[in-house]
Design a binder for this molecule. Sequence first.
Ligand code: FEO
Ligand code: CA
Ligand code: CA
Ligand code: CA
Length: 748
Amino acid sequence: MNKPVDLPVTAIDPDDIGYNESSNAHFSSILNARLSRRSLLRGGAASAAGALFGSLGLSACGGGGGGGGDDAATGEKLLNFNAVAWSKDDIVVVPGGYTATVLYALGDPLKGTTTDFKNDGTDADFEDRAGDHHDGMEWFGLSAADAPSTSSTNRGLLAMNHEATSNSGTKTSYFLHADGGTNSTSRPKAEVDKEMKVHGVSIVEVNRTGSTWTTKKDSTFNRRITPLTPVELDGVASGNDLLKTIYAPGGTTARGTINNCGTGKTPWATLLTGEENWNGYFVRGADTNRVDTSTIALSRYGIGKNKTSRHAWESGDTTDEYKRWILDQTAGAADTDFRNEMNTFGYIVEIDPYDKNRAIKKRTSMGRFNHESAAFSKPVAGQPLAVYMGDDVANEYIYKWVSTAVWDPLDANPVDRIATGDKYLNDGTLYAARFDLDAGGNGIGEWQALSLANPDVAAGFNGYTFANPGDVAINVRLAADAALATPMDRPEWCAVNPANGEIYFTLTNNSSRRAVPAAPPSTQKAPNAANPRTYTEGSSNGNVNGHIVRIKEDTGPASSTFTWDVYLFGAEQGADLASINLSALTKDQDFSSPDGIAFSHSTNICWIQTDDGAYTDVTNCMMLAALPGQVGDGGPTSIANTDVTGTISVDTVVGAKATSGTLKRFLVGPKDCEITGLCETPDGKALFVNIQHPGESTPFSAFGLPGNPAAYLSHWPGNAGYGAGGALARPRSATIVITKDDGGRVGS
Ligand code: FEO
Ligand code: CA
Ligand code: CA
Ligand code: CA
């Protein structure tokens, strides 16, 4: 078998470490009950692929360069490009007939008066420059009169997250500092100030002239939002005792947003940005004054005692911009210290990209966890809106927000966009997903309400009881534990298929999935129907390659029940077809660790992006184009897993196998990057994609004066002629724009 050797996952994400110690034994008992009939199910996996294209308005296409089908509206072939091969080169590769151009990279100016980025570690003033680690991104069209436009295809705003800044297990963000910075727990103020300001969000105007896209350096819309920007805490937890700090004794305001990962775009044209690994920025010492059950909540969110912080920002100075990262409780009340500061992070944050003067609001009702994207159900007049969200930590949950207000189509173009957010995102019910199988082995599930009206939640969990609804939202993981939600393999992005409303969730990987998990406080979990792989190959553990699950609501956005299947399993081509490569991926389409996912609203193509450390011995991270079918187009099956702890067979439901016409690699990125974030012009002819952290595993030893630029693991995009530095440039995260040379839609 032509099976590439697995390497251990070397770049450990903070979210690889789970904190879910709940037993949730109910899943393994259900699975054991099903083992006896698994042989019956093996024969049931015949594909219903004949139904696939009809549901998407596409017709099957057998030839023509392996195209996936014709678009019913335009006659244009989709996926009619030659698949991009694996690449380990330090470049962006796209298919022939396409062009990828760098548009907006770390440090690029956002004001006419800001100097060009020197990229030598001496640049400052990042409040007026692109931040680092470009991530989720949304397009907001602009008319010639500077008004919001849903039809503009040559002028718009890109609103994007700057999630983090590179380090390799140490404290410094070395590429930002001339000599690599201080690799210690005591950090100079100037370094900390710079590192804070590369985090957050940027909004930048972009324009197309002819076939060329550029940012507008002096646009009045350009702005940066950082961990220091004032924000409001709105929704059910606003004013809660758990949000009171010395900075905001009323618990209704806070400072900044951080580790912004995925995004969403509301039907009323605002940005939603998800705060992900915010807990990593905080330090907690012995914390001896803290003796209440907040210790349980802190541990559930990954902050035990004697926990160090990612960049030691708390050491930068003694003023409260630095002390805020210290969670230890003083002898005084909550409004005398920052014991609650971490409770002001972990939300979906709403920003009006068109109006700098409107409040930035953290939507606390939508729950506090390691947020990724936020995907809206298709708005239907008179029905509530559903927003789907994932919590990207090992064995955490999938969530759904359902608004109390029903959709009014006039709200698609409101006078006050943030007030419209107040209407749909403050009042409603948050749910967590429980996945199961019915007696026939088909995927079924229930949404568990995370409110005090649910007796399971009202009873509390693991010694923690909720004081009020705001407490439930702030500590919603404990509520979801109590409600027996299903622990998932790290839910990253989600996206709604515009063709049929089905919801796709990437589950990137999970090193804590085991056939026979150790007992709590181990955070290992047994497999379940929706997270069925635990295999071990070489030195890798758990579900190494990840998968994509999809959900079909039974009765619309407010449905309490759903059906589901696994759309695709990530795998290396050549891996065992019965236990690992269950989607039968070939070399033109194999991938590992799906992360970003988004549908084109022009072509309905599903774009899948990877953030991988398991298959990167063979290829850099990538983006694939897919024409998915629908829930149930495959069928029940059973997976025999063998890992270091034992053997277990798990029943699951796998979608129709991928074909050369329904899944094809479209892009491979430069060395040591992640591909993430995607948006498009309304005509589908310009696709914007982010290349995050090329070269991020560069060892600190590459720095120190005079330094060794040749040892940087990537030099992109300088090596492609973008900005300063040339062939030995410091690597930069950047937005690229992809266009088709014949002027057609991207992905055709
Ligand atoms: Fe920021 Fe889980 O990706
Ligand atoms: Ca991600
Ligand atoms: Ca990831
Ligand atoms: Ca990353």
